[in-house]
Design a protein around this ligand. Structure first.
Ligand SMILES: [Zn+2]
Length: 105
C-alpha cells in the first residue's frame, strides 16, 4: 500500500494536497487551504514532509504564525525543523514501541 493522501484535516480544517513538480519539498498555502508537495518524494520522507506542513498549519490556525513572524521571520521554520529533526524521530521511535505493545493483537 502506498502512502499518498489527497487531503489532511488539521484542527477540523481540510487541506487539499497537490502533488506537483516544484523546487521545495513542500509548501503550505494557508489561505487556499492547500499543501503543495513535490511529486519526487515518497514513503517516509513524504510522510515527514506532510507532518512538517501540518505543523505550519497548526501554527497558522492557532494564530501563532503572526506572533512568531513578529519575533523573527525565520523563527517558525526553525521551530518546525526542531520538531522534524529532534522531536519527531523521538516520537516515531517511541510510538513504534508503544504500538507494538498495545496494538499488536
Ligand atoms: Zn517549513
Amino acid at each position: 500500500m502506498k502512502y499518498r493522501p489527497d487531503k489532511i484535516t488539521v484542527g477540523g480544517i481540510d487541506f487539499e494536497i497537490v502533488y506537483k513538480t516544484m523546487k521545495h519539498y513542500g509548501e503550505l498555502d494557508f489561505e487556499a487551504r492547500k499543501i503543495n508537495i513535490s511529486n519526487e518524494i515518497k514513503e517516509e520522507f513524504l510522510f515527514d514532509t506532510i507532518m512538517h506542513e501540518a505543523f505550519h498549519a497548526v501554527c497558522a490556525i492557532a494564530g501563532l504564525s503572526y506572533i512568531i513572524e513578529d519575533a523573527h521571520p525565520e523563527l517558525e521554520e526553525a521551530i518546525v525543523r526542531a520538531s522534524d529533526n529532534l522531536f519527531f524521530p523521538f516520537f516515531k521511535e517511541h510510538y513504534r514501541e508503544f504500538s507494538e505493545l498495545f496494538f499488536s493483537e
